[in-house]
Design a protein around this ligand. Structure first.
Ligand SMILES: *[C@@H]1O[C@H](CO)[C@@H](O)[C@H](O)[C@H]1NC(C)=O
Ligand SMILES: *[C@@H]1O[C@H](CO)[C@@H](O)[C@H](O)[C@H]1NC(C)=O
Ligand SMILES: *[C@@H]1O[C@H](CO)[C@@H](O)[C@H](O)[C@H]1NC(C)=O
Ligand SMILES: *[C@@H]1O[C@H](CO)[C@@H](O)[C@H](O)[C@H]1NC(C)=O
Ligand SMILES: *[C@@H]1O[C@H](CO)[C@@H](O)[C@H](O)[C@H]1NC(C)=O
Ligand SMILES: *[C@@H]1O[C@H](CO)[C@@H](O)[C@H](O)[C@H]1NC(C)=O
Ligand SMILES: *[C@@H]1O[C@H](CO)[C@@H](O)[C@H](O)[C@H]1NC(C)=O
Ligand SMILES: *[C@@H]1O[C@H](CO)[C@@H](O)[C@H](O)[C@H]1NC(C)=O
Length: 566
């Protein structure tokens, strides 16, 4: 305690000197004493007790950028489990009054604390109290034993760890550089997939901490999303037809070929899955021949579970055949989505033309037959998070949703705190995402609109919403990246530049830059359309048009549930 006070005094003097000189070297601020003095005092952040003796601070280099690598631990007041934070703070001359939080991926938090350096931002990463800094994932620690949920790590993973990383990090950053307590620190979040879900958790629960969030293909609505990975296998089981991998691939390829030109340009990309769904009938593929060479392949699984690794190697024989009516029926049912036994819709699915990743079958070399291959993405969620329940029973979705409603579900639709404190949201999603359904994002965006603008007409609500929340679909794109099967599609690469302009200069985006990096249009920069506007190629350029019938193909309701699904 005494030592801490001395350090604080030293740092206050140092900070005053820094302000006076208006420039400071990295080595003079990157000291244990300066960081200890910069910690929020116990009692100032409710529920957080910092441990000054845990502080380390040393200059480090990332690429060619010098920064200060800080580590500090805290406990939740009155408890003993220490949570470790790493912060990466740029040199004073590089610091642009910014704080940056990056998302992780399936079941993991980001462990990198240097992602902000390129933007002149301090950034951080957290152990979340369960070793997330050393790569421990939530599915390794979510059970204390059979039947016992370890709620602390689940809450931390769901939203709390990142929220605390930010609420501690911002005052620490201000004091580290000797800024006033009320100095503006522009705070950004960026992440995709579960990193997108993590970002949604932040603007839903810590809305006034973030100025800008860039959120890709969020794996939220957890109770539905994770179980949905099993849906394709359930379709195959129910229809009792396990399409050879080549047949499913052919159905996808033929769909891409048939729908490519509907957007006005033949470039190998379905930019309008809505027109494809409305104008193209998968049954027209029946009878088309397919051929694939034998191959030893690694599964395209999402690799959720490190213990079983997810990327299993499998052998597929040479396959020659014609697309069957049964194969098309499976494909159509997968794209249609989940209904309960009363025929009421329970969930939405992947857009037409998407890869059938979840529906990939397995070849049995000894019997020469195709069978079900349960994706570990969904399978593990059921075993470890819900525990062996009937797959096609709607109770399953209900149960998962209710159990994790206040943690992993992450679909609170009221973003008023974020919006009213000036927050901006860029939300994007690949239109042929085969892992998190595109319409899942649209459903949430719709929920926010209906909850926040209940009495406005659709067009008035959309006008107001785009001032702070913009949704972009990325033509042809897969899950958080380009699509191997539509490689000529655009993908946004520089979202932070757009976001920084919006937040710091008030330049509201009218589109989102996305670059083509293959094919005839290599190098083209497309300005993606703000949903519900849809892209159309006319007079040699991309335009964004209103097409109500097209947009309507993205909207779903879920009468199978008695409670609202946001
Ligand atoms: C704040 O509380 C923590 C946990 O009780 C304790 O370890 C730490 O010493 C306290 N900090 C100060 C400055 O007293
Ligand atoms: C990671 O950290 C946690 C918590 O500190 C620890 O229990 C675990 O053994 C560590 N794992 C590895 C692989 O180092
Ligand atoms: C937990 O349950 C599974 C499935 O019933 C069983 O295989 C496993 O042995 C159990 N583990 C322990 C530690 O009891
Ligand atoms: C599908 O198209 C890809 C090229 O995008 C090709 O490599 C693959 O062989 C095709 N598969 C079938 C079954 O036609
Ligand atoms: C596709 O064509 C089949 C066979 O003609 C028909 O039964 C089915 O209703 C059509 N589907 C759609 C979505 O129009
Ligand atoms: C595929 O269909 C063609 C006729 O369209 C037929 O000649 C061929 O035998 C069929 N192939 C298989 C494997 O059924
Ligand atoms: C599968 O069977 C084929 C033909 O019998 C054989 O050549 C191949 O090695 C087998 N592959 C595996 C992975 O067992
Ligand atoms: C978007 O692309 C256009 C055209 O290439 C370019 O002028 C503009 O600076 C880009 N905007 C951002 C924010 O990168």
């Amino acid at each position: 305690m005494r030592q801490y006070s001395r350090s604080a005094a030293a740092a206050v003097a140092l900070a005053a000197t820094a302000r006076a000189a208006n420039s400071t070297s990295l080595s003079s601020v990157c000291t244990v004493a300066n960081v200890q003095a910069a910690l929020p005092a116990n009692g100032t952040l409710n529920g957080i007790s910092m441990i000054p003796s845990s502080v380390t601070a040393k200059t480090a280099t990332s690429g060619s950028t010098d920064y200060c690598a800080v580590s500090v631990s805290y406990v939740h007041t009155g408890t003993t489990n220490e949570i470790e934070l790493n912060y990466g703070l740029p040199s004073p001359e590089d610091f642009k009054n910014r704080f940056y939080v990056a998302g992780g991926f399936g079941y993991s938090l980001s462990s990198s604390s240097t992602g902000g350096l390129e933007y002149g931002a301090a950034s951080g990463a957290t152990s979340a109290g369960y070793g997330a800094l050393n790569g421990t994932t939530i599915d390794e620690v979510n059970l204390a034993g059979n039947g016992t949920i370890n709620w602390d790590p689940i809450f931390m993973f769901a939203y709390q760890a990142l929220g605390e990383l930010t609420t501690i990090g911002k005052p620490l950053t201000r004091a580290f550089y000797g800024l006033d307590d009320d100095a503006k620190i522009y705070t950004y979040y960026e992440g995709c997939s579960d990193g997108g879900r993590q970002g949604m958790s932040q603007i839903q629960r810590y809305g006034d901490e973030y100025d800008g969030a860039i959120i890709g293909a969020p794996a939220f609505r957890y109770g539905q999303q994770q179980v949905n990975h099993l849906f394709s296998s359930v379709v195959e089981q129910t229809l009792n037809y396990f399409p050879p991998t080549c047949e499913l691939e052919k159905i996808m390829n033929a769909t891409i070929d048939a729908c490519d030109a509907l957007d006005g340009r033949t470039d190998g990309v379905i930019s309008r899955t809505d027109l494809c769904q409305l104008d193209f009938n998968l049954t027209s593929i029946i009878g088309e021949p397919y051929h694939c060479a034998a191959e030893v392949s690694t599964s395209l699984g999402f690799n959720f579970n490190k213990r079983s690794d997810g990327t299993s190697t499998s052998y597929t024989p040479e396959q020659t055949g014609n697309v069957t009516a049964e194969g098309v029926a499976v494909a159509q049912a997968i794209y249609d989505g989940l209904f309960n036994s009363a025929g009421e819709r329970a969930y939405l699915s992947y857009r037409i033309g998407s890869e059938f990743t979840d529906g990939e079958t397995a070849y049995d070399n000894t019997t020469g037959t195709w069978g079900v291959d349960i994706p570990s993405t969904g399978g593990e969620f059921v075993t470890r998070f819900i525990e062996l329940v009937e797959l096609d029973n709607l109770e399953t979705l209900d149960g998962a949703m209710v159990r994790y409603m206040d943690t992993l579900q992450t679909t609170l639709p009221d973003l008023t705190t974020f919006q009213s404190s000036g927050g901006k949201l860029i939300h994007y999603h690949g239109e042929n995402d085969p892992s998190v359904p595109t319409a899942s994002s649209i459903h949430y965006w719709q929920s926010v609109r209906s909850i926040m603008y209940p009495s406005l007409s659709t067009s008035k609500a959309l006008d107001q919403m785009k001032e702070w929340y913009q949704l972009y679909l990325v033509p042809g794109a897969a899950h958080c990246g380009r699509n191997d099967y539509q490689p000529n599609g655009p993908f946004p690469a520089d979202n932070m530049a757009t976001m920084i302009e919006w937040v710091e200069s008030g330049i509201q985006p009218t589109g989102l830059n996305a670059t083509v990096d293959a094919g005839k249009y290599d190098g083209e920069v497309q300005s993606l359309c703000q949903f519900p506007k849809r892209p159309i190629w006319e007079n040699d350029e991309w335009k964004c048009e209103s097409d109500k019938e097209g947009a309507d193909t993205f909207y779903y309701t879920f009468p199978a549930f008695k409670v609202p699904i946001y």
